[in-house]
Design a protein around this ligand. Sequence first.
Ligand SMILES: *Cc1c(COP(=O)(O)O)cnc(C)c1O
Length: 376
Amino acid sequence: MGDGTRAVRAGLPEPHKYEPTLPGPVFAAHYHLPGEPTGPYTYGRDENPTWTHLERAISELEAPGEPDGVESVVFASGMAAVSAVLFSQLKAGDVVVLPSDGYQALPLVREQLEAYGIEVRTAPTGGDAQLALLDGARLLWIETPSNPGLDVCDIRRLVAAAHDRGAVVAVDNTLATPLGQRPLELGADFSVASDTKGMTGHGDVLLGHVACRDARLAASVRRWRKIVGAIPGPLEAWLAHRSLATLSLRVERQCANALVLAEALMRRDDVSGLRYPGLPGDPSHKVAAGQMWHYGSVVSFVLPDRGRAERFLEALRLVDDATSFGGVRSTAERRGRWGGDAVPEGFIRFSVGAEDAEDLVADVLRALDETAQLAA
Ligand SMILES: *Cc1c(COP(=O)(O)O)cnc(C)c1O
C-alpha cells in the first residue's frame, strides 16, 4: 500500500451502517461507568475515543504494515511530547545528549533538566558529532534534519552506537513527518514530533505525539501525560486526524516546491548559505538520501544583511512573514529576530507551501530583484 492510500484511511474505525467515516470529536470529562472502574474510557484526562482514532492513525504512518507493534501517544503540543520523553525517562544523576543546534526551546529544557540534577551534554547535528558524547549516557536526543540549520545526522549509526552503550534514542521527526522519514524503522526507540507543523499542515492546531515500539516505554510516556495533564482537546485531535488524510498530497507538493525554489535560489548571487537536504549538492544530501523519502518543506538561505532580509520579507506577496513551518501557505522569517539560534543576521528560514511552484518562485525572485534595486 502506498503512502497516499495509507494516509487517507489511517486510523478509520470499522465501517458501521449510519455512522460517519471518521467519527466526530467526543467531548467528555467522564464516561458512564457503573460498577468496577475498568477501561477503555473512564476519565477524560486518561483516555478519549477521538485520541484513540488519531493515535491509531499515527501508528499506521510511523510503522506501516505493523501498526499493532507500535503505540502512539498524543499531546497538547510538540513541547508536551518532547518533555514527556525527556522527563519520564531521565532522573537525577542520568546523562542526556542533546543537539546543540536543535529546536529553540531546547536550551530552556536544558536548564530544567540541570535543575533536576541531570547532566546535559550537547554537540552539533552535522557530522554525527553527538557520537563522541555517548559514554555513560542514558538517552540520546536527535533532531534531523535540524531546525533551522538543516544539517542531517545518520540515525542508524547513532542508534547503533547508543544501544551499544545501553542508551535509548529519541528522534525529533517534526520536519520530515513519518512520510519523509521513519525513525522507528531506523532503530530509534522514540519517534517524537510537533504535529503543529507538517503533520497537520494548516497552521491552526497545536499538537504533538510520541510513538514507540516498546510497550513499557509507551506506558511510561502515557503515565507522564496523565500526571502532567498535557492532553489535547478533542476538537484539536479530530482536526489533526482530518488533516492527516491530505498528508501525502501536501508532503509531495510541498517537498517538490521546496526543491524547485532551492534550485531557483541557487542561481542567485545575492543568496548565500543555501541549504536544502534534497539538493544533490547539499552537504546533508548523501546521509539524508540514505534515510529519507522526502526532504521536507524547509529551505534556508542568507541574504547580505538584516535590512535586505527585512525588505525581502516585506516585498513578498504570496508568503507571510511568520514563524513555524510545514503549512500549506508559504511562510518565511528572519530567524535572527528571535535571538537564540546561532545564525547570521540575514538568515531566512523559508517554509514552502502548496502553492503553484511557478507563482511562488516568481514572487520570490520578484521580491529579491525589487529589494536588490533598493539596496543599490
Ligand atoms: C515546533 C517544534 C517543536 C515544538 O512544538 P510545539 O507544537 O510548538 O510545542 C519541537 N521540535 C521541533 C523541531 C519544532 O519545530
